[in-house]
Design a protein around this ligand. Structure first.
Ligand SMILES: Cc1cc2nc3c(=O)[nH]c(=O)nc-3n(C[C@H](O)[C@H](O)[C@H](O)COP(=O)(O)OP(=O)(O)OC[C@H]3O[C@@H](n4cnc5c(N)ncnc54)[C@H](O)[C@@H]3O)c2cc1C
Length: 511
């Protein structure tokens, strides 16, 4: 039986084998008991050290041991029924992959292009500001995280997460994601993994229709009856809705349907950039530059209003990365972050965000729109507004940028970045930045590029706790981040697997 033993702390120089030997001794396991590293994290307090968890194949019963997360593949089904899946991000991708592997041949409907064509369109957009509203950083095969850091961290404790990491490795991700506590693939490797997963879905009988947008639903008598694809009606009784949180037109269409849709808080703010070496020094101290240490990461959070639980926090840090132009709509500008597997860029960036609690999904969407339009108008041509930490704190437009060069493409415009947001949000971001400088890194020339507005969905489509269908629409399965059930690559992929398992189970019960 595979079991895990946690928390062996060793100096950076110690070989990994030493961690295994220490646990062998502590548990008095016979020599030769199969063992390997399950997880390695960094304890950066004082002198940085590695913290190991080890997995053993042993029948030993001890309190210190916990079981290895095991994922049971659902039994296959034989059926002619073909589920539709709208959206080919991590949620749709993993849903389609499991269905295809288990005998149901899904048809994926994706408004954007295959990842190869999409990559060219995105590169062109970053070079000259020419936006394709259907295939861009948010839309297209692989979904919103394709041009990302490919961070695979998550706060959910779900055995599916291990299966997702193993699947990424099976299709070309580096093996180290299986044991690093903060695994990441990098955008360069992730694109290849997505292509390989697509080929596996096709091999197992799935179909993918690119440039096919879900434009409407027909729900009658509590059941899905038909879908509209690029405006044309097609009868359908099974649709996985995995359209992500970037598709404003899809949200507007859903808000007009007989569905139960709740408001969800989300966050807005900007990206903050430092030189990576500054962050390495701030986090690792005198150990910065040690060859065993990866580019440093940080986590910052501060509650600005205890009564309402409002917070300012850092999010989606991309060591050695770049701030990306993640816009998907004409006249609206959005930023995000990405890095390659090597994380060897000069700058570190992360989002610095303030949480917001709109009173309705429409109010949340309107706030996002107002901020994104302000940002577009600040620079035009998809040039992002930038400031410095010093200018933002003083409520000014920066007169010059210091030694840190913004990485955003196609270009930037100096701007009073606080003016992008309602004043109450700007005030909280200023309070948060002052504390960030105190706790993480005091750098008045840190570059702020904004806005970041799509951190999570502003709504949740209620689904039945057992059937997982939308309340009021049998056969419609809201899935992933856009439906409000995930936040990030891992949790979206896990939700995709969960929905596929449910569809497979129901299909077996029907037979
Ligand atoms: C630049 C960037 C960097 C990120 N970095 C990370 C990271 O490092 N780690 C992390 O965990 N998360 C990251 N995220 C967030 C992560 O990408 C999302 O949480 C995740 O992709 C959500 O998965 P999803 O499948 O639910 O939706 P999405 O990935 O948004 O996929 C939805 C898909 O549906 C398609 N679609 C939309 N509307 C329609 C329609 N009407 N009809 C047909 N198709 C439609 C879209 O084209 C898209 O391909 C990042 C996001 C961005 C934008």
């Amino acid at each position: 039986m595979l079991q895990i033993f946690s928390s062996i702390t060793l100096p950076l120089e110690a070989p990994e084998q030493e961690a295994i030997e220490q646990v062998r001794k502590q548990l008095q396991l016979p020599p030769g008991t199969p063992a390997s590293i399950y997880r390695r994290s960094i304890d950066a307090r004082k002198t940085p050290r590695f913290v190991y968890s080890i997995v053993f194949d042993t029948e030993l019963q001890r309190d210190e041991l916990r079981p290895f997360p095991h994922y049971e593949f659902p039994p296959p089904v034989q059926t002619e029924r073909q589920p539709l899946i709208a959206g080919f991000g991590p949620a749709g991708l993993f849903c389609a992959w499991l269905l295809a592997r288990c005998g149901m041949k899904p048809i994926v409907l994706e408004r954007g292009d295959p990842v190869e064509t999409r990559t060219n369109a995105v590169q062109k957009f970053w070079n000259d500001g020419f936006l394709d509203p259907e295939s861009n950083v948010q839309f297209g095969e692989g979904g919103a995280g394709t041009f990302s850091d490919g961070k695979l961290t998550t706060r959910i404790h779900d055995p599916r997460c291990r299966k997702i990491l193993e699947t990424f490795v099976e299709f070309g991700a580096p093996r180290e994601i299986l044991f690093l506590a903060k695994p990441h693939i990098g955008t360069d490797r992730l694109r290849k993994v997505i292509r390989n997963l697509r080929e596996d879905i096709l091999f197992h009988g799935g179909k993918i229709r690119f440039r096919t947008c879900l434009t409407g639903l027909n729900i009658q008598n509590g059941k899905l009856q038909a879908v509209f694809l690029n405006g044309l009606r097609t009868p359908a009784d099974l649709l996985v809705l995995a359209t992500g949180n970037g598709a404003v037109d899809t949200y507007q269409m859903l808000l007009g349907q007989p569905l139960q849709i709740e408001t969800k808080p989300f966050s807005v703010g900007f990206r903050i950039e430092h030189r990576q070496e500054q962050i390495d020094r701030a986090i690792y101290g005198a150990s910065a530059g040690h060859p065993a240490l990866p580019p440093a990461e940080y986590n910052f959070s501060h509650v600005t209003d205890k009564n309402q639980g409002k917070a300012v926090y850092s999010f989606c840090m991309c060591p050695g990365g770049q701030v990306v132009n993640a816009s998907s709509l004409p006249g609206r500008l959005i930023t995000n972050g990405m890095s390659c597997f090597a994380r060897d860029g000069q700058n570190a960036n992360a989002a610095l965000l303030a949480s917001v609690y709109p009173s309705s999904p429409q109010e949340g969407l309107a706030l996002q729109e107002a901020i994104e339009r302000n940002a577009y108008q600040a620079g035009g041509r998809f040039f992002a507004p930038v400031s410095t930490a010093r200018a933002f704190r003083n409520g000014e437009t920066p007169t010059r940028l210091g030694g840190i060069r913004p990485t955003f493409l196609p270009g930037t415009t100096p701007y009073e970045i606080g003016a992008l947001f309602p004043t109450r949000i700007t005030a909280r971001l200023q309070e948060g930045l002052a504390l960030f400088e105190h706790r993480i890194c005091a750098e008045p020339d840190a570059v702020l590029t904004g806005p970041e507005t799509r951190t999570s969905a502003p709504l949740r489509i209620r689904r039945h706790p057992e059937s997982l269908c939308a309340e009021g629409a049998d056969g419609l399965y809201p899935c992933g981040e856009g439906a409000g059930y995930a936040g990030g690559i891992m949790s979206s992929a896990a939700d995709g697997l969960r929905i596929a398992e449910t569809i497979l189970r129901k299909e077996r019960e029907r037979q």
